[in-house]
Every structure is written in C-alpha cells, then in structure tokens.
Design a protein around this ligand. Structure first.
Ligand code: ADP
Length: 312
C-alpha cells in the first residue's frame, strides 16, 4: 500500500530525512515515532504528495508520488498537523469545498460526504463555522476532509496532539474504526498511542529509521520486560528474600514510594520464584505485578543512544 525507497529530503545542507526505506502492508496501522525534529512530518508530507523528495521515491497503492501524482493523491488522505485552515467556513461548506477540490464525481458526492460526516459524527455541527468548534471537533473535521474521497491509505500527522484525554480517546477510537478498511500511518510522540492504535511501530531520529517492530516486540527490549515489582511493608526482608533467587539479575527500590523491582536475567522468567520466595516469611505483600516492558524507556534508549553516537 505504501512503499518508500531511499526516500530523502534535504533543506540546503541539512538532511531532514535520510534515505528511508520501508513498506506498509494492507491492514497495518503504522505508528511513526520519534523526538521532535526527527523527520516524521517531512516523510509523511512526501508520501502524501505535499512535498517533493530530494532523493529516492515513494509509491502509494503502486502509484509513484512524483511520476503519477494524481493517482497517488487520489489514493491517500492526509491530516496535516494542527487544525484545518479556512476556519471561517462552516463544516458542511468546508467539506463540500474539499469534495470539489478532490474532483469527486457528482453521482457519489452526496454519499461520500454523508459517509465522512457519519463516520466522524459531525451531524450536529454541520452549519457551525470551524473556528467556533472545540479542538476535538476541529480534529474530527480534519479527519473527515482526509477521508471524503474514500482513500485506501490515511496519513495522520499527530492526530491527537493538543487534545484533552477524552478527546484523545475519541480520536483513537475513530482511527481504530477507520483501520478496518484503510492502511494508516500515524505519527505521534505520545507512546501510549502506539498501544492504543498501532500494530507496528517505526522509530525515527535525525531522519533515519532506528527500529521497526510490533509494539510488543519493542516492549520486550525494555529492561522492565518480565520484571516483577511489588510493594510491601517490609522492604528490607523482601529485598533480602529476592536477592537469593538465582535468576534475579538486579533489584531496585524506588526512593519515593519504596516499590521494589526485581529484574530477571535475560530470558529467565522470575514471577513464580518471586512469589515462592515471599511466601512463608514475615512479609506482607500489598501488591505484586509482572511488568510487560516500558515503551518510554525503550524509546529513550534507542533515540538517545543514537544521539550519543552522533555526537561521538
Ligand atoms: P518531526 O515531524 O519529526 O518533528 P519534521 O519533519 O517536522 O520533524 O522536521 C525535521 C527537520 O527538518 C527538523 O530539524 C526541522 O527543523 C527541519 N525542517 C522542516 N521543514 C523545514 C524547512 N521548510 N526548512 C528547513 N528545515 C526544515
């Protein structure tokens, strides 16, 4: 559905996107992660046909974004960062304007508009001007304009940025619903989003791909993966009991809440052993949890490691 081949963008001497190559298959929701300035927006704009590459190529549904721009643009819906412009326009007026710009044939125009309005639940605000809508509704209008021509591919740049937690949840639910019949790239620096909507994640920094994996695989790279954390009234005794477990590699106690975390040796599950070690002793365990892994830590390790290498 989407393919880039050594896709690159330079601004003068500065390389914003450095020969990125990847493929997105039908049904995938790809999270594009990276620190600010990593090159996410630039890459997405090139795929959406809004910015010419300096080198390499990109195709959408088999159409080259430079050589077959009209076919490529027809196949892709794009939500730029921020709110839609034309704030003084009413919602209906704006969507009709976009439908005209997109050259949607008259016989399907009504159906497409109704479909976009229905999917994004915009019925109640059709006559309101975009400027007067809440941020959450404005984002929905942005999503509606991205799907009005019923594209197979959606490219969403920071779709939940600046929204409150309820609005974020709502937009994620809408993205999940659209994922049923569309292939989606969604950029974010909010890591919880990756869990909520993506089945694949690419981490980029300084214009290069540093990781490409499922969210679960990324979490498995965390040092917290399969770690066991617990809170207890008797920290010293618990620590002592855990330190006798052969497969425990390290134990840390949080200075703020006294929570203990036992880290396993690579590939050695320790949950059962921890449970066993705490039993029959004078230790009251208030809570015991198996950690899946922490994406924020993996993200930091991957992107900061790269920055350190670059400095060196
Ligand atoms: P991200 O979306 O990951 O935050 P961007 O793709 O927006 O990153 O930007 C990547 C880099 O390219 C940044 O360092 C940014 O400052 C630079 N950049 C983006 N657009 C331009 C431009 N028009 N001229 C010069 N530099 C730019």
């Amino acid at each position: 559905m989407i393919e880039t081949n050594a896709l690159g963008k330079r601004y003068g001497d500065f390389t914003a996107v450095d020969a990125i190559t990847f493929k997105v298959e039908p049904g995938q929701v790809l999270g594009f992660l990276g620190p600010n300035g990593a090159g996410k927006s630039t890459t997405m704009k090139m795929i959406a046909g809004f910015l010419a590459p300096s080198s390499g190529s990109a195709t959408v549904c088999g159409f080259d974004v430079e050589r077959q721009p009209l076919d490529a643009k027809r196949s892709v819906g794009y939500l730029p960062e921020g709110a839609p412009s034309y704030g003084e326009m009413g919602v209906r007026e704006f969507l009709e304007f976009i439908a005209d710009m997109r050259g949607i044939p008259a016989d399907v125009r009504r159906k497409r508009l109704d479909d976009a309005v229905g999917r994004l639940n915009l019925e109640g605000v059709l006559e309101q001007s975009i400027d007067t809508l809440s941020k959450g509704f404005r984002r929905r209008v942005g999503l509606a304009q991205a799907i009005v021509h019923d594209p197979k591919v959606l490219i969403l740049d920071e779709p939940t940025d600046g929204l409150d937690p309820n609005q974020k949840h709502e937009v994620r639910t809408l993205i999940n619903a659209m994922a049923r019949d569309k292939t989606i790239i969604v950029s974010t620096h909010v890591l919880e989003e990756v869990h909520a909507v993506c089945n694949r994640a690419i981490i980029i920094a300084r214009g290069r791909i540093l990781a490409d994996a499922t969210p679960a695989d990324l979490e498995a790279r965390s040092r917290y993966h399969q770690a066991v954390s617990l809170s207890t009234t008797n920290v010293a005794a618990a620590r002592e009991a855990l330190s006798r477990i052969a497969d425990v590699a390290a134990i840390e106690v949080d200075a703020q809440d006294n929570r203990i975390t036992a880290f396993p040796k690579p590939g050695k599950p320790i949950f059962a052993a921890v449970n066993e070690a705490l039993k029959g002793q004078d230790i009251v365990v208030r809570e015991l949890a198996l950690e899946g892994g922490r994406l924020d830590e993996v993200f930091r390790t991957i992107t900061q490691g790269e920055a350190q290498e670059a400095r060196a």
